[in-house]
Design a protein around this ligand. Structure first.
Ligand code: ADP
Ligand code: MG
Length: 826
């Protein structure tokens, strides 16, 4: 329904109500002041526009007028509306004869309908925040069902979006119906009766128009027969089938052609997510009521210039059109506007967060000592890849600024992120600051400690000393101390480290969560590096940040995140990507097997183990339940130990084990004491087991491609060929197609993009990633929209970062609403 239609409806209702100013909640003036600008925009003709401006609706003072004045005023406005309508009809009849007729019909239908709902809404002080029960027919028990979708208020109902539309807009004469297509007819009911259809009672009707008749049946709905009076006008929408050579509509959507706007037939009909006890026809009735009665009250929080620039619909129109679109184009435009809102608010929030860290307090500008860098690089047994060089440069540029770096470093498993992190830590140390590197598991922390120490022993001289503290001289101007802080140290060792870190005697602290315990105090933390950052909760990341005075932060991940996703999830971080593996890396040979090939796979594993290699066997993912998953893995571990590999040493790893046990198993696997590690998906984290050559994944179809790629990255880490065997349980042809990609594609980013495309963003936004506002409509695959929203958010942010300007007041409110409940971010 257009703004003009609404205006006319309301005015006519007001007239019928005897000019009592009861047609609209809050009074006619309030409505007009709010809507006039928008109505004005829909007028093109200059003469009509002049007429409209003379009415001065934006400053109407209806409430203060007496009855005669009100009548005169009303006649004036309705008169102008008639002129407008005549002009519009003339124009559209020139464009299309058929279109015109339909518009008029629809407008008349609309009018009566809206009068009803507006009439009802004036009963109380009902508004957007009223409970859904203010909608006629929504009783408490229905409201409870809506609550399952988090729909509690009228506003929520307006934001309860259809999942899709059925296109019943193709009206056809009966004689032109085509079998197998979704079509709509408008006709007269010649006859309707209860009939036995199959073995059950249903309704059978004959509906006809001037071109012919067609049979319509509804299974299991005998009560419909009573509702279809002979000679009533009806709209039927559905797919036409053939029965004994005759065309028939089977259980189509129907709607009596009373004086109402069509909502179930004859148009794009919305399809809502349904729960038990909510029927599509009812839900449509209620959303329609909400749209007609309340959508105009929505405050449009988007600044006008953004709407103009991005050609976005106004909010009330977008809400109306997302539910009951005039056509596909309008549905798309509505979606465009509403998903822009989501992305825009997301970006604004993310930018605000970034600014809080960076400009809240000044950061520490590091001096970059080129000499340190080139000496370190000179001692490495390899040259940096071009991608590493580029990323290093990006990072060094950040470190020189007097504002804290917030950089996400993405790079595939084995792409060499640690070297880059090490360089950053060295620069911090050379500047007299401490650096910390936090990893999600002890084994990983130990691995980093060993790697960094081995790099340093080449460039400096290691002094004799204890196991978890090492000192290197002859490299930086003073001695350089590196320490490993993990939970399993003795408390005396821990205490010792805490003291040394606090006194500034440790330059580089490598560790696990142990680093962020409250006992740990740094004397001068200038850089925090977080490895495999997606494994850490938001709070843990910010805890490490808090250990310093606005330190530079580098977070690293081996999970490739498509660019669109990165912009959204980490829009507050600058992003660097190492998109190149060091030369000579082998490709892990990947094969998607059939379940019956399992025996062959076992034989293959046997052979590899007898050649001195090790293998992983990953158990299927159990949705939502780590407990069940652990149980299944345990059973599988026992079966494999007993029946399949009785002579080999097997280990078990799952998320329910105490972390000490987990660490021990990983350590013995890494140390070669175990041949095969049976594990749930917990093994995904960047662990390096040089001798592991086979990764066998059971129930492979349940994992995302990115995750499978992560698994596969665990093997083939030295010169020996690595193998990945994927064994699905039950698999549809599409799922098989997806798995087969693993055989061909070895680029983690490409796989992540595919994943996103096939499985949608939900898989990426696991529970871990919550803390972001809800995205109902926005597609994270739509790079264009994302960038548009980001661009606009940045522009706005530059001109009014705190949204203090009066014209941004509503936006500010909306922003805090969208982000309420979103956790603080690291
Ligand atoms: P990840 O990005 O998975 O953390 P690492 O930093 O652990 O990768 O690097 C994996 C291995 O590759 C290490 O043994 C490291 O020494 C080696 N490496 C890193 N950069 C290069 C390079 N440019 N050329 C050759 N080997 C490299
Ligand atoms: Mg790593």
């Amino acid at each position: 329904m257009s703004d003009i239609d609404s205006l006319r409806n309301i005015l006519e209702l007001e007239r019928r109500k005897g000019y009592t100013d009861k047609a609209v909640i809050g009074g006619l003036d309030k409505y007009l002041h709010k809507q006039a600008g928008q109505i004005r925009q829909s007028i093109n003709d200059p003469q009509l526009l002049r007429g409209f401006d003379e009415l001065n609706l934006a400053k109407s003072n209806y409430s203060a007028c007496d009855l005669d004045e009100r009548k005169r005023w009303m006649a004036n406005v309705l008169d102008w509306l008639d002129k407008l309508e005549r002009a519009t009809n003339k124009k559209s009849s020139q464009e299309s004869g058929v279109g015109r007729q339909e518009t008029v019909v629809r407008r008349q239908e609309t009018r009566v309908r809206s009068q009803e709902s507006v009439g009802r809404s004036q009963k109380g002080e009902e508004g957007l925040e009223s409970p859904v029960t203010v909608i006629k027919g929504v009783a408490i028990n229905i409201a409870n069902k809506f609550a399952k979708f988090n729909v509690r208020t009228v506003n929520d109902l307006l934001y309860f979006f259809p999942r899709r539309y059925v296109d019943y807009s193709q009206r056809k004469p009966v004689s032109a119906l085509i079998e197998g297509e979704e079509q709509t007819i408008v006709g007269t009911i010649w006859q309707a009766r209860v009939a036995t259809l199959g073995y059950r009672k249903g309704t059978e009707a004959i509906v006809g128009d001037e071109t012919g008749n067609v049979r319509v049946v509804w299974f299991n709905q005998p009560y419909l027969a009573k509702r279809f009076r002979t000679n009533a006008r009806v709209v039927i929408s559905g797919t036409v089938g053939l029965f004994k050579g005759h065309k028939v509509f089977e259980s189509p959507e129907w709607e009596l052609l009373e004086d109402k706007e069509l909502i179930h037939t004859g148009r794009l009909v919305p399809v809502y997510p349904l729960t038990q006890g909510l029927y599509p026809r009812q839900v449509r009735k209620w959303t329609k009521e909400a749209v007609d009665g309340f959508a105009w009250q929505l405050d449009d929080f988007l600044p006008a210039d953004i709407k103009t620039r991005c050609q976005l619909l106004d909010l009330p129109a977008a809400i109306a059109q997302i539910h009951y679109p005039d056509d596909r184009t309008m549905a798309e435009r509505a979606r465009g506007r509403l998903s822009f809102d989501e992305l825009f608010l997301l970006q604004l929030g993310v930018l605000a967060r970034k600014r809080n860290w960076q400009e809240g307090q000044p950061g520490n500008a590091f001096h970059i000592d080129r000499e340190v860098i080139s000496r370190f690089l000179g001692c490495l047994p390899f040259a940096l890849t071009q991608a590493q060089e580029r990323v290093l440069h990006e990072m060094l540029t950040d470190l020189q600024q007097a504002k804290a770096m917030s950089r996400l470093l993405q790079g595939e498993v084995g792409s060499g992120k640690t070297v880059i992190a090490t360089l950053a830590l060295l620069i911090a140390a050379a500047n007299g600051y401490q650096g910390a590197l936090m990893a999600p598991t002890e084994v990983l922390a130990e691995q980093h400690y060993a790697n960094i120490c081995s790099y340093l022993s080449k460039v400096g001289t290691q002094e004799p000393g204890e196991g978890t503290i090492r000192r290197y001289t002859g490299f930086l101007s003073g001695p350089l101390t590196v320490a490993l802080l993990i939970g399993s140290l003795s408390s005396a060792d821990k205490q010792n480290l805490h003291d040394k870190i606090k006194q500034g005697e440790v330059d580089i602290a490598i560790g696990t969560h142990a680093l962020i315990q409250k006992e740990v105090e740094f004397s001068k933390l200038g850089l925090a590096v977080i490895d495999e950052q997606h494994r850490f909760g938001v709070l843990q990341r910010s805890a490490l940040r808090q250990k310093g005075f606005n330190p530079h932060v580098l977070v690293m991940t081996a999970t490739p995140i498509p660019r669109t996703m990165a912009l959204t999830l980490y829009g507050d971080l600058d992003i660097s990507v190492i998109d190149e593996l060091p030369p000579g890396r082998q490709v892990v040979k990947t094969k998607c097997l059939e379940p019956q090939d399992r025996e062959k796979a076992y034989t293959f594993l046997h052979r590899q183990v007898s050649n001195g290699r090790q293998a992983f066997i990953i158990c299927p993912l159990v949705e939502e339940s780590e407990v069940l998953e652990a149980k299944a893995a345990t059973t599988e571990y026992e079966r494999l130990s007993r029946e399949v590999f009785p002579n080999l040493k097997l280990g078990l790893l799952h998320g329910q084990m105490p972390s000490n046990d987990k660490e021990n198993v990983m350590r013995s696997f890494r140390g070669g004491e175990l041949d095969i590690l049976v594990s749930t998906s917990v093994v995904e984290v960047g662990i390096d087991v040089p001798r592991a050559s086979v990764m066998m994944v059971e129930g492979a179809e349940r994992f995302g491609l990115s995750q499978l790629h992560q698994f596969r990255g665990r093997v083939g880490r030295d010169k020996e060929q690595g193998y990945c065997l994927l064994i699905p349980e039950k698999i549809s042809p599409e799922a098989r197609e997806r798995l087969l990609l693993m055989e061909r594609v070895h680029d983690g980013f490409a796989l992540a993009e595919k994943d996103l495309e096939i499985r949608g963003p939900g898989e990426f936004f696991g529970a871990r990633q919550s803390g972001l506002p809800d995205l109902k409509l926005a597609k994270l695959t739509d790079l264009h929209s994302l960038e548009l929203a980001r661009q606009e958010a940045m522009t706005l942010f530059q001109s009014d970062p705190d949204l203090k300007k009066a014209k941004h007041k509503r936006l500010r409110q909306q922003l805090s609403r969208a982000w309420s409940g979103a956790a603080e971010w690291s």
